[in-house]
Design a protein around this ligand. Structure first.
Ligand code: ADP
Ligand code: MG
Length: 233
């Protein structure tokens, strides 16, 4: 489903050249929930951004849903991204000028979904995430936990096959963080493929596999026993 081979990313600024990713190879199967951990500056966000087609690689190959993504046209990239990927960011990335309703609806507009269907979908999603009473509010009027729910709602509204989450609980207290993790766990149980970056061992324990990165290199991989137990019992 996600096949990354020898992926390299070099950032070139006037003075410095940074190799953010150095020959990274990862395979993520359909329905798998994988975590990436590693110190700040390891290249975790860079990797997620490339997987999410928000940034391009310098070298290597990247197949998504059996299609090579390196070198494809921007227009095609954007289509694949809008149809298949839901991205959840640490800082929520909501549009302050738009209401909660409008924020959640945005991906549906990008995908040319009819207005009547958009209305039904946004309402159902808000219900599912417990934010129905907040649809007319603006992001700044919400708590951090509610903002992240809106961000998750927006990421899920198109039923993406792949969910990418970059430190989704990083700006949340433990209660709201746990709720977001429960949400991701539910989505995983429903068949979503999830790639999440986190600094929290607790969050990582919800996933099936943890990949450790440092300085753009994958150091090791470990299967998370909690989930193995679930599979065995
Ligand atoms: P992490 O998410 O693991 O903290 P990042 O992927 O954000 O790490 O960054 C990896 C490295 O790439 C860091 O050294 C960072 O400074 C550098 N980097 C990230 N984005 C850019 C950019 N747009 N321009 C230049 N350097 C960047
Ligand atoms: Mg990061």
């Amino acid at each position: 489903m996600i096949e990354i081979k020898n992926l390299t990313k070099v950032f070139q600024t006037e003075e410095v050249e940074t190799k953010a990713l150095n020959e990274v190879s990862i395979t993520i199967n359909q329905g798998e929930f994988v975590t990436i951990m590693g110190p700040s500056g390891s290249g975790k966000s860079t990797l997620l951004n490339i997987v999410g087609l928000l940034d391009s690689a310098t070298g290597g190959s990247y197949q998504l849903l059996n299609q090579e993504m390196i070198g494809i046209k921007e227009q095609e990239k954007s289509k694949v991204r809008k149809q298949n990927i839901g991205f959840v960011f640490q800082n929520f990335n909501l549009i302050d000028e738009l209401s909660v309703y409008d924020n959640i609806e945005l991906p549906l507009i990008y995908n040319n979904i009819a207005a009547s269907e958009r209305k039904i979908k946004v309402k159902a999603m808000a219900e599912r995430l417990g934010i129905s009473h907040r649809l007319k509010h603006y992001p700044q009027q919400l708590s951090g936990g509610q903002q992240q729910r809106v961000a998750v709602a927006r990421a899920l509204i198109n039923d993406p096959k792949i969910i990418l989450a970059d430190e989704p609980t990083g700006n949340l207290d433990s209660k709201n963080g746990n709720e977001v993790m429960e949400l991701l766990t539910d989505l995983h149980a429903q068949g979503a493929t999830i790639l999440m970056v986190t600094h929290s061992n607790y969050d990582a324990s919800f996933s099936q596999k943890t990949i450790f990165m440092k300085d753009g290199i994958i150091l090791s991989e470990k299967n998370n026993s909690k989930n193995v137990d679930v599979l065995i019992s």
